[in-house]
Design a protein around this ligand. Sequence first.
Ligand code: 0YR
Ligand code: MG
Length: 369
Amino acid sequence: MKITSIETFILHAPVTRQGIADSTHRLTHWGVPGVIIRTDGDVSGFGYTGTHAHLPTDRLITQCIAESYAPLLIGSDPLEVRSLWTKLLHHPPLQWVGRAGITHLALSAVDIALWDLKAKAAQIPLWKLLGGCGDEKVRAYNTDGGWLNWTIDQLIADARGLLASGYRGIKIKVGTGCVPEDVRRVQAVRQAIGSDIDLMVDANGRWLLPDALDFCRRIAAMDLKWLEEPLWYDDVDGHRRLAARGGVPIALGEQLYTIDHFKQFMAAGAVDYVQPDAVRLAGITEWLMVADLALSYRLPVVSHIGDMAQVHLHLAIAHPSCHLLEYIPWLSDCFEEPAAVSEGCFVTPQQPGASSTIRSQAFEKYRVG
Ligand code: 0YR
Ligand code: MG
């Protein structure tokens, strides 16, 4: 089989409600810059990354795919995924300007499309191609909630609704700029959901170490499962100190681009829950490396899902370190086989591929640029 053509696209799909905010970002749409890899066989691969739907930067990603990666891919055998990944990652002109950021996000889309193609060619779902078992149940925790632009009453009502629909874990945002206010929000939700439900909080990289320590001291009795991205994303030593002194397990990884970044956090003891995202790492290939690395440290892997769980569900089914995955329904009308949750667990996808195939109606509705 040979790659014959490469098409790029950008979708901007609205987030579920009028717009959401965490400590660092406000957004109304999720961005899906992606690629379709066509072959001389009868299968095509779909891959994409995830952004905050900013067209000028989304265009840089698709341009990188179309102008820099495509010429390296045309004519190659798409089934040689890992070899192609190595070739693209180490292409000297891209390596010079990349290794993270735009070029890495672009490579993630390409790599996902290649794995999708490989699983479609084998006529099996990706989880099976990766050696997973279809009986493996992946628990879901809902993260389309807890937003900072919501009042405490909204937080409570939403949390109760999620429990009623079967979720046993929820995550809320902190980092309002006022630690006592953050604590009031967490306390209100913990009180509403009771002590048997997992509660996680996410500061999206907003705090300095003293804020984070102050927060940890004040919420010591709230039994949080984890504190996510408390400090600046790249600050290994700060997270190490917080992990040692804060008394709350640390989750992070959604902003880390490479296996090398993850290695530094794991080696330092600066992370307890590892959150790689295949759409920020260079695709499934690098995600698997990071998940294996986490396994070697005996750390749980709880992926961040910039793909809205489509691809990550396959990875979670297949990888022994994953049992829990977040769910956000923002792109649920975009895919041929959208990720679905029933009774608090994900439904196992059955179609061949990586569940990354975009429906034609989604192109009509959400395509931009
Ligand atoms: C909104 N999940 C996250 C959303 C999400 C962000 O900025 O992108 O909250 O990526 O932190 O854990
Ligand atoms: Mg997060």
